[in-house]
Design a protein around this ligand. Structure first.
Ligand code: SF4
Ligand code: SF4
Ligand code: SF4
Length: 192
């Protein structure tokens, strides 16, 4: 029978060994959702290029869907599993506890879980995320940039002309094939 330490190590290995698709499955509500999108073939869908996004906040306020179809996605492959996570904690936080006042996210949509010393895993609770980008900015400034905004195609209604794209200051929005509907940064800007 494994002791608690062995369990923690196994858990972290499992997290680190699971690739980008597992990360997406956690972040976007399941592999089924991704496969459903892919089955749309050559249809075009709206996506934002995470490498162009400057986290202006308009993804949270200008989507026709409430809360926004833009969500934070955690690209686990890029994450440092940091104790002091710039995406989770406010910059002025004194104690690294999960108390609400220490959290950067306005809706407490990020779950922090101990894996093994000194590593922590961060999981986005999609239903609570409003796509404000605060955590994305914090992770980019102080961490690896593994938290990124993306249009969640299980929520987006694929407007003729995306209302966020009209106001995006960095022209990050474009239409991409539904078969490759994500545009992350730090992964050679590949569409996944
Ligand atoms: S509107 Fe553009 S720059 Fe602003 S958060 Fe959305 S994608 Fe990023
Ligand atoms: S800080 Fe904003 S973008 Fe990040 S998880 Fe919270 S609501 Fe979503
Ligand atoms: S296409 Fe429409 S539903 Fe999708 S992100 Fe843009 S405004 Fe929101």
């Amino acid at each position: 029978m494994k002791d608690e330490g062995e369990h923690k190590k196994t858990n972290r290995r499992e997290f680190l060994n699971n690739g980008i698709r597992y990360s997406l499955a956690l972040g976007m509500g399941g592999l089924g959702a991704i496969l459903a999108v892919r089955s749309k073939g050559d249809e075009l869908v709206w996506q934002l290029d995470a490498s162009k996004c400057v986290q202006c906040g308009r993804c949270a306020t200008d989507c026709v869907v409430t809360p926004s179809a833009v969500k934070c996605i955690h690209v686990y492959d890029m994450c440092g599993y940091c104790d002091l996570c710039g995406g989770y904690f406010r910059p002025d936080t004194k104690n690294l506890t999960t108390a609400a006042e220490n959290q950067l996210c306005p809706t407490q949509a990020i779950e922090r879980k101990f894996i093994e010393e000194p590593f922590f895993e961060y999981h986005i609770i999609k239903d609570l995320c409003i796509g404000c980008g605060k955590c994305v900015e914090g992770c980019g400034a102080f961490g690896n940039g593994s938290l990124q905004l993306q249009v969640d195609h299980s929520i987006c209604v694929n407007c003729n002309y995306c209302s966020i794209s009209r106001v995006c200051p960095s022209e990050a929005f474009s239409r991409v094939p539904a078969s490759k509907p994500y545009l992350f940064k730090g992964l050679n800007n590949k569409l996944l």
